[in-house]
Ligand binder design. Structure first.
Ligand code: NAD
Length: 266
């Protein structure tokens, strides 16, 4: 018997990939699937493009955890519901692996207190792709030498939020490593917003176009030189090894971990 895993958002683009990843791993057992909108009552194996599993997509997360006895819940839903789901998971005393964006560093202390209160753990990661996590590490190194930096993130046109959670995490890490960043001043903005959004003194530019998955470029500028770091997730499979690693590690963690980099020995 493997770790009992339930997928929240199992009918979504990421949720279906997570279902396939869990089914392919002999150490994990898929015990439940929750979703909204379409597919309620349908077999989750069929929804993910696999053989029928005799496991139907359910609409209520709390009830599904209680019914299935899930030990770990993986959540890839929507930024608007992720905090509510985090609360439901903790109250049902399951561990959480959260890929849904919409959570920042500032939210972590309250989430950690909630999970401590219920004696469970969580891994919250805005990006489960190992390459994107390495980019975070390299960017923090570069930031010590190049405090002027801008971030460009490109995602598919169905993404609901901007900027990406990953871009926020990069800006937070770069600003921390650099000891502060200041964007180049622009006196006249002839088109409103043309210089992008700003977080911790770092300009972030969000592109939304069909044909893309998740792409991040960090461009540092210095005297007479620039340094460009880039990561591309060219398919959603790129996130699955990181998710599976988190599912296996979360029951043995003590508390809340924000960022996959904290599970890798970098
Ligand atoms: P999607 O719209 O394809 O899927 C979301 C699914 O969640 C939908 O099927 C919807 O029915 C379901 N849902 C909505 N509300 C729900 C609720 N209250 N309970 C259960 N299910 C609910 O979106 P997606 O492309 O799969 O992305 C999902 C989230 O994951 C987004 O926030 C996205 O930014 C994030 N994401 C994170 C990573 C990462 O590595 N951390 C990678 C890709 C996407």
């Amino acid at each position: 018997m493997g770790i009992r895993v339930l997928v929240s958002g199992a009918n979504g683009r990421m949720g279906r990939e997570v279902v396939k990843g869990i089914l392919a791993d002999p150490e994990l057992e898929l015990v439940g699937a929750v979703g909204r909108q379409s597919g309620i009552g349908q077999d989750i194996g069929v929804l993910a493009g696999r053989e029928p599993l005799g496991l139907a997509l359910e609409p209520d997360l709390g009830e599904a955890i209680a019914r299935s006895g899930a030990e770990v819940v993986v959540d890839f839903t929507r930024p608007a519901v992720v905090k509510e789901n985090l609360e439901t998971i903790a109250k049902q005393r399951a561990h959480a692996v959260i890929g849904t964006t919409g959570i920042t560093e500032a939210d972590i202390p309250a989430i950690a207190a909630l999970y401590r209160e219920h004696g469970v753990s969580a891994v919250i990661a805005p990006n489960f792709a190992v390459g994107a996590v390495l980019l975070l590490k390299f960017a923090a190194q570069a930031a010590r030498f190049f405090p002027q930096v801008e971030i460009i993130e490109t995602h598919h046109d169905q993404k609901l939020d901007a900027p990406s959670g990953t871009a926020i995490k990069y800006a937070e890490a770069i600003a921390r490593a650099a000891g502060g960043c200041t964007p180049a001043p622009t006196k006249v903005e002839k088109v409103a917003g043309v210089r992008g959004g700003e977080l911790k003194g770092i300009k972030i530019h969000s592109l939304r176009l069909p044909g893309f998955v998740a792409h991040h470029t960090i461009i540092f500028g210095g005297l007479g030189q620039s340094l460009t770091l880039k990561h591309d997730s060219i398919s959603r499979e790129s996130f699955i090894p990181g998710v599976i690693l988190a599912v296996k590690r979360v029951p043995r963690l003590n508390g809340v971990v924000y960022g996959l980099e904290n599970l890798l020995e970098l």
